[in-house]
Design a binder for this molecule. Structure first.
Ligand SMILES: N=[N+]=NCCCCNC(=O)[C@@H]1[C@H]2[C@H](O)[C@@H](O)[C@H](O)[C@@H](CO)[C@@H]12
Length: 448
């Protein structure tokens, strides 16, 4: 007898986006520039010279896009606030037109029965704050708490789910170690300090919310399970280092109040001596955690790759996405069970899950056929259901992404959307995966 795959009552069916990836009009109506405005307009840093100047033109087409969400039957929508639309200099003066855009979007979502899930920081730091040191400046925690309070006072009467940060690991690894995303630094000494200030900022915003918030607040981590390439001790040690660097570097301080011990050895002389009081701020209890799951990594020891001394081992026998990520849904349940066993019953939302696949050229019709994304969606939702059956408290699922959008420095070529976007006309076309997701939502999972 096949088990019913219905999801729990109240489970949220969503899709996710981020401001700089979809909005366009980055400087409209008094908005200040973000570090992504600068990074994207620096020659050579963006694939095909793509920028967020127009993107999906969502800043102007938001009403149409809310109707697309309703067409899928979404019950929630996760999006981020462009900090420098609201506070053009990052602190101080509030830009009423920027705030008004998000208030109108929230009201429109609520009118369509869609629960807003708002991310305060999805990588687009105001450029004015980067000029003051950005996340390297300990004052960044206060800047972020001030911005968060402006948003809470403006929208907490209507926004029931807030998250502080999206994926601090990507900001640290990409923005300060590898230089692949804004602000494009490559400095081992900066990385742990940025981790620490990002987490302090998140804690400060949570503390500000406790003073006046009426609903729930959390933080979003990308978690990627690490599997040793062999039983050799060197590979097992490398796997532990990779896990500490990408996963528990962030979850342990927030949920346990300590950094993993492996980090001091990994960062060596670059590892700062953090004041104990900082960890008390960072470990502010959250109401839930968002987990973004995409893929796993099989890890081997690699002494030529300091400081991590670990390398991924390609799993060529399996399907991979256009971003080179292995399709590995078992990693989702492994991650959720690990998370539940390590941190207990803190509620979880799967705040991102999706894939960029090469959608084959096809005649312009009412639906874009994307069989690999349909398969990816079904595999991961079935696995999510297994995790819930195993006792993990998962409250919702957000497909990444509602629309094809600007995949950061990879540009528009990597398409994650449930809706195809023709960026020359801004025409949105549902992919087969969108229709399949709508069917699953309508049956609350039973149609899986
Ligand atoms: N190797 N490897 N492993 C996978 C590492 C994933 C790290 N990148 C993310 O999670 C980003 C997240 C981001 O929120 C969104 O803004 C991005 O558009 C998606 C797609 O890239 C994902």
């Amino acid at each position: 007898m096949t088990r019913s795959l219905r999801f729990p009552d109240g489970f949220l069916w969503g899709a996710a986006t981020a401001a700089y990836q979809i909005e366009g009009s980055p400087l409209a109506d008094g908005a200040g520039p973000s570090i992504w405005e600068r990074f994207a307009h620096t020659p050579g840093l963006m694939a095909d010279g793509d920028t967020g100047d127009i993107a999906c033109d969502h800043y102007r087409r938001h009403a149409e896009d809310v109707r697309l969400m309703q067409a899928l039957g979404l019950t929630s929508y996760r999006f981020s606030i462009a900090w420098s639309r609201v506070l053009p200099e990052g602190t101080g003066r509030v830009n009423a037109k920027g705030l008004d855009f998000y208030a109108r979007l929230v009201d429109d979502l609520l009118e369509h029965g869609i629960t807003p899930n708002v991310t305060l920081f999805h990588w687009d730091l105001p450029a004015a704050l980067d000029d003051r040191g950005g996340w390297l400046n300990r004052d960044s925690a206060d800047w972020f708490a001030e911005y968060a309070q402006v948003m809470f006072r403006a929208l907490d009467d209507r926004v029931p789910l807030w998250t502080t940060l999206n994926e601090p690991w990507v900001v640290v690894d990409g923005g300060y170690l590898r230089g692949t995303i804004a602000p494009g630094h490559r400095n081992l000494y900066e990385a742990p300090r940025v981790t620490h200030n990002l987490l302090r900022a998140s804690g400060a915003a949570v503390a500000a919310y406790r003073a006046e918030g009426r609903h729930r607040i959390g933080v979003v981590f990308n978690l990627e399970p690490k599997y040793p390439a062999s039983t050799r001790q060197e590979d097992r040690d490398a796997t532990r280092r990779a896990h500490a660097y990408m996963n528990t570097q962030f979850t342990d301080p927030v949920l346990r109040g300590v950094y993993p011990e492996a980090l001091a050895a990994l960062y060596g002389a670059a590892w700062p001596d953090f004041p104990a009081a900082d960890l008390e701020c960072i470990r502010q209890p959250v109401d839930f955690v968002g987990i973004n799951y995409y893929t796993r990594q099989v890890v081997r020891d690699d002494p030529t790759q300091p400081p991590l001394r670990a390398a991924g081992v390609p799993q060529r026998q399996r399907t991979h996405t256009e971003t080179g990520w292995e399709v590995y849904e078992q990693g989702l349940i492994d991650t959720l069970l690990w998370f539940r066993d390590r941190y207990g019953t803190v509620p979880v939302y799967l705040t991102e899950n999706g894939a960029a696949f090469y959608d084959p050229p096809q005649a312009a019709g009412p639906v874009v056929e994307d069989p690999l994304r349909v398969d990816y969606l079904e595999r991961h939702l079935k696995t999510l259901r297994r995790a819930i059956d195993a006792g993990v408290d998962v409250r919702g699922y957000y497909a990444w992404s509602l629309l094809d959008n600007l995949e950061w420095s990879l540009g528009f070529a990597k398409r994650f959307g449930l809706y195809h976007v023709d960026f020359s006309t801004q025409r949105r076309t549902p992919k087969r995966s969108a229709l399949r997701y709508a069917q699953i939502i309508a049956s609350h999972g039973a149609a899986l």
